[in-house]
Design a binder for this molecule. Sequence first.
Ligand SMILES: Cc1cc2nc3c(=O)[nH]c(=O)nc-3n(C[C@H](O)[C@H](O)[C@H](O)COP(=O)(O)OP(=O)(O)OC[C@H]3O[C@@H](n4cnc5c(N)ncnc54)[C@H](O)[C@@H]3O)c2cc1C
Length: 279
Amino acid sequence: MGEIIQLVALVVLVASLAYVLLLIFGNFRIQNATVVSAEAESQFFRTQIAEIMDRRQIIKAQDETSWQGFRKFKVERKFPEGGGICSFYLHPHDDRPLPFFEPGQYLTFKLDIPNQKKQTIRCYSLSDQPLSDYYRVSIKKIPPPKDNPDAPPGLGSSFFHDNINEGDIIDVKAPAGQFFLDVTKPHPVVLIGGGIGLTPVLSMLKEVVTREWRTEVWFFYGVSNGGEHIMKEHLKELAEKFDNVKVRIVYSRPKDEDVEGVDYDIKGRVGVEMFKEVL
Ligand SMILES: Cc1cc2nc3c(=O)[nH]c(=O)nc-3n(C[C@H](O)[C@H](O)[C@H](O)COP(=O)(O)OP(=O)(O)OC[C@H]3O[C@@H](n4cnc5c(N)ncnc54)[C@H](O)[C@@H]3O)c2cc1C
């Protein structure tokens, strides 16, 4: 009888001990999890603060060097890109530094075109990444509409192509626009440009690689054929140099001399069906 009581007491003791150990272990796990989650939270807030500071620095840099109204710029270089598109490299006439711009933003130009009753205002996207010493815009000369070939060609774009030359001085407003890529935080991105609509996304792509984003970056560029395909070598170089950058050149109506796999990647139109297949 005494032995049975001793055995029961031993079992109760062992069970109590196990229960206490479980309680201690459970408490330890909760504490550990709390520490881990506190660390994750603090890391999250540190990242948020870094992003806010980064954005504040961008805004501060923009404010310090930006300008009101129009500023004089000298056309330092005029470069035909092909496909009826010309790039203009603009240097500030006062040699003062240029504000950082958000990739995707545009410049506004005031043109004094002869025989026009008033000055002509036109906007062109910044096609290069933000740099402190020059801006670049790439302008397509707009022909008359197909159904009205006798109409005059595009006023502003023709003036740029035919009358604006290296050494000329033009009036430019500070970069503006809400369509831009937030570059303060690396994230996966799909950039899509068609025809001359390449310009803002090209600026985004160049800034992303300059900032050494290691995230997945897709770049779709749709044109009719090789005749419209500009910045060809440059895009090829970027795709070869950065393995996270996937460039897809899409021709809707390739010509006989356009070779799939060499000049372009996909025949068709950039759109949802293509994204479903490729992404
Ligand atoms: C934010 C923004 C960014 C832009 N970025 C770029 C860029 O990076 N690159 C770029 O090339 N463009 C860009 N554009 C477009 C650019 O601003 C101009 O709209 C474009 O250059 C056409 O202007 P234009 O003065 O040459 O043509 P317009 O003179 O405005 O003519 C437009 C069309 O109308 C036709 N037309 C003219 N007169 C008549 C008439 N009497 N009867 C019938 N048809 C007529 C012309 O032949 C032409 O086809 C951008 C626009 C915006 C708003």
